[in-house]
Design a protein around this ligand. Structure first.
Ligand code: LIP
Length: 281
C-alpha cells in the first residue's frame, strides 16, 4: 500500500515523507505477519497492569519486527514501544509504536485491532500510520499534509472528520481501563454521558477509535487511560482530518483524559465531561 503525498516537508532531522513511507511499509509488514502467523489459539504470554491487561507472543514478535526494520534504515533513532522497546538515539527522531492496539480483540479473533506507528521529531509527531489489516485499511497522516485512508485495492480517500454535530446526535466511542476501580468510575461517568448523546461505541482499540473520528465513522471519542503509543499516530490522523484531540481544561491529551472530536462537538463533549470528574478513579 502506498499513500500519495506531494514533496515531503523537511524537519531539519529528515524528510517527513521518508519517515511516513518507512512507517507505512513497516506497519504493512507487521500487519501481514500478525494476520499470516496468527496461531489458531492465540495464547496470553503475560499480564501487565491487571489480569485482563494481556500481552501475546504476537505483540512481542510484531514490536521486534517493527523496531528491527526501522533500525535497519535509521540506526540513530530512538524508540518507545508498548511492549518495552524503549531506547534512546541521537538523531532527534523517536518512533512511538503500538504493535497491536486492541490486543484483546486480536486474542478473541475480533477484527478491530491495529498496528500504530508514529514518528516524532524534536518532540512533535510529524508522521503517523495506523493499519487495520483485517479490514484492509491503512490510515496515514503527515504534518500539514492531511490524512488519508488507503484501501486494500489501493484506492485512497482524503479524510475529514464530521463537523458541527450537536451532542444529542453524536455517536461517541470510548474505552475502559484494566483496573476494576477505574472501570467502576468509568461506568459512573457513562451514566452522565449516555443519556445526552446518540449512542456509545466500545470498539476495543483507541487507535482505531481515533481513525474513526478522522473518517467520520464516529463523531467523537473520549477515554481515561490511553497511553502515548495508543494515540500518537491516531492523534495526528485526527488533527490532519480537521479534528481536535486534547485533555480537560486546555491540558494536552494524556493518560489522564483524551478527548477527540470535530469542531463544534469537541467543546460540547469537553463541557459535558468536565463536571463528571472523569480523571478520578
Ligand atoms: C487498549 C486500547 C483500548 C483501551 C484499552 C487498552 P491495548 O490498548 O486501545 O481502546 O480501552 O484500555 O489501552 O492494551 O490493546 O494495546
Amino acid at each position: 500500500m502506498t499513500a500519495r503525498f506531494a514533496a515531503g516537508a523537511q524537519t531539519g532531522r529528515g524528510n517527513v515523507h521518508d519517515l511516513l513511507e518507512l512507517a507505512i511499509t513497516t506497519a504493512d509488514a507487521a500487519g501481514a505477519m500478525l494476520v499470516d502467523q496468527r496461531p489458531a489459539d492465540v495464547r496470553v504470554a503475560a499480564t501487565k497492569s491487571s489480569p485482563t491487561d494481556v500481552v501475546t507472543e504476537m505483540d512481542r514478535a510484531a514490536e521486534k519486527l517493527i523496531i528491527e526494520r526501522i533500525r535497519a534504515s535509521r540506526p540513530g533513532d530512538a524508540f518507545l514501544g508498548e511492549e518495552g522497546g524503549a531506547s534512546s538515539g541521537g538523531s532527534g527522531v523517536r518512533w512511538i509504536i503500538d504493535p497491536i492496539d486492541g490486543t484483546v480483540n486480536y486474542l478473541y479473533g475480533l477484527p478491530d485491532w491495529a498496528v500504530s506507528i508514529a514518528a516524532e521529531v524534536d518532540g512533535e509527531i510529524v508522521a503517523g500510520v495506523v493499519t487495520v489489516p483485517t479490514r484492509g485499511e491503512l490510515y496515514t497522516a503527515a504534518r500539514g499534509e492531511g490524512s488519508y485512508l488507503v484501501h486494500r485495492d489501493g484506492s485512497t480517500e482524503k479524510l475529514s472528520c464530521n463537523t458541527g454535530i450537536p451532542l444529542e446526535r453524536a455517536l461517541i466511542a470510548t474505552g475502559f481501563g484494566y483496573f476494576a476501580q477505574r472501570r467502576a468510575r468509568q461506568a459512573e461517568v457513562l451514566l452522565g454521558v449516555l443519556p445526552r448523546v446518540r449512542d456509545i461505541r466500545r470498539g476495543g482499540s483507541a487507535a482505531v477509535d481515533l481513525c474513526s473520528v478522522a473518517s467520520g465513522r464516529v463523531d467523537g471519542y473520549f477515554e481515561r487511560g490511553p497511553q502515548e503509543w495508543d494515540v500518537a499516530a491516531g492523534g495526528l490522523i485526527v488533527r490532519e482530518a480537521g479534528g481536535f484531540m486534547g485533555g480537560l481544561n486546555g491540558r494536552p491529551a494524556s493518560a489522564e483524559m483524551t478527548i477527540s472530536a470535530g469542531p463544534g462537538l469537541y467543546e460540547a463533549l469537553h463541557d459535558l465531561l468536565a463536571p463528571l470528574s472523569p480523571e478520578r478513579d
